[in-house]
Design a protein around this ligand. Structure first.
Ligand code: HEM
Length: 301
């Protein structure tokens, strides 16, 4: 399945990370407690032909088309494909950590409920409550939102389509947190979601948000736990098989930093987000991601 990403943190990878959230993020503890049709990490977004057509899933149609044949090809459920793809997509991004991967999810039981995915226009309290209804804490939500490090927007502001959420969209770094926390600084080619800016400044979430600025290893470890939890929403982990051993290694950004990435003025203090040397980065991608280059994946017409 790694061939889908060609070893690159490109549009397929960012779409697959978002897809994992949009599949799992329809889970609701309240619905579950009332025995009502529920969502979760069940791959319904691949199997229900109408789910991907919902407005909130705009932009995910291409990755859904690419993934739809894979359950039959690999003999696993649609949920397994969506969530293993999400884990591999994070790893396709240099700096992206290894998140435990599981297979054995049952097929979706219901059509995912409507209206449960968050909107960037929602107030912080609404977003915190929605994640709480998934069983995800506010701190884990802020860790998960860091996935926007590799994101672009196309539909929030169509005149700025394809602008990214930070200046290093092809790298899984904490620059998203740093740059979102400075909303007055205009960075050409980037776009800030209202919800992300609000998370950075709201007193209930800003502490968790700022905690990740320049703290790659702290964010990595919180992100791993939060993404694993997301990939299991509505599933019983005891029924699943851990297949993490098949995952490729993570690409560590630290050795790829430019040698000039130390504090200015003669100081040796490291800067918040070291610049990555493009030559070292390319060498690391070649070294660690060559196994992902075959077979090439053709987008169905
Ligand atoms: C408060 C919760 C969230 C809100 C309001 C939100 C909102 C959005 C919006 C509006 C976009 C741009 C869509 C477009 O116009 O193309 C986006 C993109 C994205 N989101 Fe989120 N998001 C949230 C949480 C998450 C989470 C939890 C993840 C994954 C763990 C995630 C991963 C992504 C990715 C990777 C993209 C980029 C997709 C691409 O470039 O193709 N988001 N999000």
């Amino acid at each position: 399945m790694g061939g889908l990403f060609q070893g690159r943190c490109g549009d397929n990878a960012r779409a697959a990370v978002r897809l994992a959230f949009h599949d799992a993020g329809t889970f609701s503890l309240a619905l579950q407690e009332n025995a009502l049709p529920n969502g979760g990490a069940d791959g319904s977004i691949l199997t229900d032909p109408t789910e991907v057509l919902r407005t909130e899933n705009n932009g995910l149609q291409s990755i859904v088309s690419l993934l739809q044949p894979l359950p039959a090809q690999f003999g696993v459920s649609a949920g397994d494909i969506v969530h293993v793809a999400g884990v591999l997509a994070v790893l396709a991004c240099p700096g992206g950590p290894q998140i435990p991967a599981f297979v054995g999810r049952r097929e979706a039981l219901n059509i995912a409920p409507m209206g449960l995915l968050p909107s960037p226009e929602d107030p912080v309290a609404t977003l915190v409550a929605r994640f709480a209804d998934m069983g995800i804490s506010s701190r884990s939500m802020i860790a998960l939102i860091g996935a926007h490090t590799t994101g672009k927007q196309r539909f929030v502001n169509t005149t700025l389509a394809n602008s990214s959420f930070d200046t290093t969209v092809d790298i899984w770094d904490t620059r998203f947190y740093t740059q979102t926390s400075e909303p007055t600084i205009d960075l050409p080619g980037t776009f800030k979601l209202d919800s992300d800016v609000a998370f950075a400044s709201d007193p209930t979430t800003s502490g968790d948000f700022n905690r990740f600025i320049g703290a790659q290893s702290i964010w990595q470890s919180d992100y791993i736990a939060a993404h694993e939890q997301m990939s299991l929403l509505g599933q019983n982990v005891d029924d699943l098989t851990d297949c993490s051993e098949m995952l490729p290694v993570s690409i560590d950004l630290a050795p790829l930093a430019e040698v000039t990435s130390t504090g200015g003025g003669g100081s040796n203090k490291p800067v918040t987000d070291p610049l990555i040397d493009p030559i070292k980065l390319e060498a690391a991608i070649e070294q660690f991601r060559g196994i992902w280059l075959d077979p090439p994946v053709i987008i169905p017409s």
